[in-house]
Design a protein around this ligand. Structure first.
Ligand SMILES: C[S@@+](CC[C@H](N)C(=O)[O-])C[C@H]1O[C@@H](n2cnc3c(N)ncnc32)[C@H](O)[C@@H]1O
Length: 329
């Protein structure tokens, strides 16, 4: 290891440790309980409220600004909007998953079984709203990159998109945001699709969205209908066999020349390397056999299903871990 690499490793660990310590201190002590986005406060207000000494209180607030948890304008602070999101499901940054690591290592038993068909509806019902938030930049970039070489995406009047394991609908909906005549069909569990339906209503695209509700291994799909299909963050919760069967089902649903876009944490942007490694660790903690299959593993299965040509792109937006494999019928 070179000296600079040693220092980089040391400093990145120190940054991660310091950031987590500050964040956990804020959440555990509910420092901003009752504070609202858009309502500003001074360091003195904050120090008085908590009976803190002024200097360390101000240093703390400035560190939280650097962390992106607060914003500062003219010596006034206010909550960054991410703090609202961090008051929900993801408040403890999945600490309970990481706490399970020693047990996983000793027993091999995961913390959750999010890849078990019987558990997935209940689990994803609560997860997909946050996933929508996390995947939105990637979904926007996916459509933008595809549209560069495919004029039909933005202009085709009867463009039909199938979103399999749609969750919030983030992948399919982004086609609709770019083409006012496009239609999307979402396949997922009914309780999960409640989230997507609410988004469709809010975004005014309800009339262009159809759902196929239930177990996507069993539900009946139209054949020869779709110009594009998306499969986002799904292959890593399925076994190799289940993926192969699903690819065959998607192939049948697509028009000749139609393209399937498979999105997963297999991008090649170097800055996403740690995110990808931790993602796989997280998958091992929360699934029985979850594994990010790489494009070179997926391709033979896609070929077996009938797909002929392939394209791969990394998605260089946060979290910088994602990539898209495009397979053409
Ligand atoms: C990791 S989430 C991905 C959601 C969305 N595609 C995204 O990337 O944000 C996996 C999705 O697949 C759905 N799913 C998993 N197994 C399923 C099954 N057997 N039938 C229907 N949906 C299923 C889950 O409900 C969940 O919405």
């Amino acid at each position: 290891m070179t000296k600079n690499k040693e220092l980089e490793t040391y400093f990145s660990l120190m940054l991660a440790s310091g950031s987590t310590a500050l964040y956990n201190f804020v959440q555990e002590n509910e420092l901003f309980k009752g504070y609202k986005v858009g309502v500003s406060f001074s360091a003195k207000d904050f120090a008085d409220k908590h009976q803190y000494k002024m200097i360390p209180a101000e240093v703390l607030l400035n560190s939280l600004v650097s962390l992106g948890l607060l914003e500062k304008k003219n010596d006034q602070y206010e909550l960054a909007s991410v703090m609202e999101l961090l008051s929900g499901n993801y408040k403890n940054l999945s600490a309970e998953y990481w706490a399970h690591l020693p047990t996983l290592l000793k027993t091999g038993t995961p913390f959750k079984r999010m890849d078990a068909v019987a558990d997935s509806e209940k689990e994803y019902q609560v997860q997909v709203k946050s996933l929508e938030w996390m995947m939105t930049p990637c979904a926007e970039l996916m459509v933008e990159m595809l549209a560069k070489t495919r004029a039909d995406i933005k202009t085709k009047k009867d463009l039909e998109v199938l979103d399999v394991g749609a969750g919030s609908g983030v992948w399919g909906f982004n086609f609709l945001y770019q083409n006012k005549d496009a239609k999307a069909t979402l396949a997922d569990w009914p309780a999960v699709l409640v989230v997507a339906k609410a988004t469709a209503e809010r975004k005014g695209i309800k009339d262009r969205v159809t759902t196929i509700e239930g177990n996507f291994h069993e539900s009946v799909w139209p054949e020869d209908k779709f110009h594009y299909a998306t499969l986002g963050n799904v292959t890593h919760i399925l076994t190799a066999e289940a993926n192969k069967t699903l690819f065959k089902k998607i192939y049948k649903a697509m028009k000749p020349g139609g393209e399937l876009v498979i999105l997963d944490a297999y991008g090649e942007v170097p800055e996403g390397e740690l995110a990808r490694a931790l993602y796989q660790m997280g998958l091992t903690i929360r699934t029985i056999q979850g594994r990010v299959f790489q494009p070179n593993e997926l391709k033979p299965w896609l070929e077996e299903a009938g797909f002929k040509t392939f394209e791969f792109h990394s998605l260089n937006v946060v979290p910088r871990s994602m990539g898209m494999l495009v397979a053409k019928k």
